[in-house]
Design a protein around this ligand. Structure first.
Ligand code: GLV
Length: 307
């Protein structure tokens, strides 16, 4: 049985699964089910202890690309597969989110918005895409799409990942040792990294200080990538130009958090790439069929790598 423990639009998800997997018994919370018959669960962040009753569970399909919350739980047996979404319509949204930020900084729209407040008619010298160094941190399905699209638009794009990657038109570097030199060679940094033991706090004070004067930052992966206090300090002392942040160490960001009102921050409420029901259900259904055939689904999480 496939069991959906889904907070929002459960009916829509159920309908999507029933039409893609007509052969499978599918139920959705709060319908009562015999937990011992559940093989697959689709969920995001269920309450503590939720998984303990499902003794014959084979796989949990996460309704998102980042599975840090699922990995941090203590009620999921180590032999249960965790499967995350791989693109499923998220890459295109992330491309748009990153592109908006890159254009905003490259074309000085952040400055013009400020100037409008003062009625200041002041033109800034143009900076061409090919003279704008964009570095994308994270080159998975989503980061690779971001890097390739920006490169296609003429930006000078570099990409950084944990293990080696090759992407046409992108200067790819990998490993922590290569990060410092990349940061020093960046005008706009785009973070699309998952939260793992390797990425948490990766952009600490020391590394943020390696960004050239006037550099800007966009973060749409996970909020714990960045030392926010250090970032604010570098914005306040004029070293960094601005940042566009979609993700935070604790979400939702509290209404009284000073970050909301920082003039050099553009804050969005974790909307860069939303989960789309149809492509996600189709990908999960494909994953279930593969597992039933003894194959591995796309997006299978390697627990020791944490993504
Ligand atoms: C959203 O943050 C996701 O992980 O898909």
């Amino acid at each position: 049985m496939l069991y959906l423990s889904i907070a929002q639009e459960a009916e829509h998800w159920l309908a999507a699964f029933r039409s893609t997997l007509p052969e499978l018994e599918i139920n959705a919370w709060p319908a009562p089910v015999d937990p011992s018959r559940v093989r697959y669960i689709v969920t995001w962040n269920p309450p503590a202890g939720f998984f303990a009753d499902f003794l014959n569970l084979e796989a949990v399909f996460a309704q998102g690309a980042g599975i840090d919350k699922l990995l941090a739980r203590d009620d999921l047996a180590p032999d249960v597969h965790i499967v995350r979404l791989s693109n499923a319509g998220m890459a295109a949204q992330m491309v748009e989110y990153a592109l908006f930020g890159v254009l905003r900084f490259q074309r000085d729209f952040d400055h013009y918005a400020e100037q409008q407040m003062d009625g200041a008619w002041r033109q800034h010298p143009p900076r061409l895409a090919e003279a704008t160094r964009v570095s994308v941190l994270g080159l998975g399905a989503i980061g690779a799409a971001v890097a390739s699209t920006l490169a296609g638009l003429g930006y000078r794009v570099s990409g950084w990942s944990r293990s080696p990657r090759e992407l046409p038109g992108i200067r790819c570097v990998h490993g922590e040792a290569a990060l410092g030199a990349l940061l020093a060679d960046t005008d706009i940094l785009v973070g699309v990294l998952p939260s793992t033991p390797d990425t948490r706090g990766l952009l600490n004070r020391e590394r943020l200080a390696l960004l050239p004067a006037g550099a800007a930052l966009i973060n749409a992966g996970r909020g714990d990538l960045i030392d926010l206090a250090a970032l604010v300090e570098l914005l306040d002392n004029g070293r960094l130009r601005g940042a566009q942040l979609d993700v935070f160490p604790a979400e939702p960001l509290a209404a009284d958090d000073a970050l909301w009102r920082h003039p050099k921050l553009l804050i969005t409420p974790h909307i860069a790439a939303a989960t789309l029901i149809e492509p996600s259900a189709a990908q999960m259904a494909d994953g279930i069929r593969r597992l039933q055939a003894g194959e591995l689904p796309a997006g299978l999480v390697e627990r020791q790598r944490a993504y």
